[in-house]
Ligand binder design. Structure first.
Ligand code: NAD
Length: 283
């Protein structure tokens, strides 16, 4: 079982992954190229945990121990003793490949390298690694502590031992792991095309408004959120990158055509909650 976990990227996903594993007893080291992102993530997690403690969900001693298990790393080299490193950095293939190459020069041969990519091929991320058999997908959903599903993605060369170890780790943290093949969008973001991409198409064709589509999909089929609410939560930059990546990987199958509305809104910085405005405004 993994004892010391490095998390790289202290954004929406990295901070959640750090909190999840600190809460389940692992030592977590959090690294980001922006030092302020690490400080913000740790402060955010402390605040969430303190609120949970105030509601009686843990004792003061458990709160202090959980917070102490999440430590900042000032450099990548500080992750050298980790037995698992999970990256949640920007969704760009070459940047993720370079990060894993840098890590392979630092960590031991037994260390597993996991990617939280939403839409890139795990096999391609692994293809430039010295040891592609140690690379697997570990795809969480936002917010990580609350969204219990995690996809464990088996790349073409991923060692089955590592797949099973990630499954066991997810289970001991109280999550539900689903082993998925390394196909475009894996399971959730493949099925999710019908939800998000089609909703954008309905909007561009003037079939219904943002609010109507969200309301109907919440109240009709009973989704917890409408597609536009979900875009705002995820960040349209992330969602649009997923749409483009799935479209590319399916050889431009028209079913997956991304939306010009999303491209325009990303260019305008209307990304969602993180920029204060997306399809809705956030004060
Ligand atoms: P984010 O923009 O909130 O955070 C990314 C962080 O990575 C930033 O703090 C940035 O400074 C840091 N970073 C960028 N390049 C780096 C590098 N080379 N080394 C170290 N740090 C670096 O992004 P996010 O929403 O947390 O997404 C991160 C990853 O998780 C992406 O691959 C994304 O596709 C995936 N993902 C996102 C969601 C979601 O709902 N947002 C869900 C599942 C998976």
């Amino acid at each position: 079982m993994f004892k010391r976990i490095g998390v790289i990227g202290a954004g929406a996903m990295g901070r959640g992954i750090a909190q999840l594993f600190a809460s389940s007893g692992q030592q977590v080291l959090l690294f980001d190229t922006r030092a302020e992102a690490i400080d913000d993530a740790l402060a955010f997690n402390r605040n969430l945990l303190q609120r949970a403690q105030a509601k009686g969900k843990m004792t003061e001693a458990e709160l202090a121990a959980t917070i102490a298990r999440m430590q900042p790393a000032q450099t990548l080299e500080q992750l050298k003793d980790c037995d698992l490193v999970i990256e949640a950095i920007v969704e760009l293939l070459d940047v993720k490949q370079k990060l894993f190459a840098d890590l392979e020069a630092i960590v031991s041969e037994d260390c597993v390298l996991a990617t939280n990519t939403s839409s890139l091929s795990v096999t391609r991320i692994a293809s430039t690694a010295k040891h592609p058999e140690r690379v697997a997908g570990f795809h969480f959903f936002n917010p990580v502590p609350l969204m219990k599903i995690v996809e464990v993605v088996r790349g073409e060369r991923t060692d089955e031992r590592h797949v099973q170890a990630l499954v066991a780790l997810a289970e001991q943290a109280g999550h539900f792991p689903a082993i998925t093949p390394d196909t475009p969008g894996f399971l959730v973001n493949h099925a999710g095309r019908a939800f998000g991409t089609e909703a954008l198409r309905m909007l561009s064709e003037g079939v219904a408004s943002v609010q109507q589509i969200d309301r109907i999909l919440r109240d009709g089929p009973g989704f917890r959120m409408g597609p536009f609410e979900l875009f705002d939560l995820t960040g349209l930059d992330v969602s649009h990158a997923v749409m483009e990546s799935v479209y590319e990987q399916f050889y431009h199958d028209p079913r997956y055509t991304p939306s010009f509305i999303a491209a325009q809104r990303v260019a305008a910085g209307l990304l969602g909650r993180k920029t204060g405005q997306g399809f809705y405004r956030y004060e």
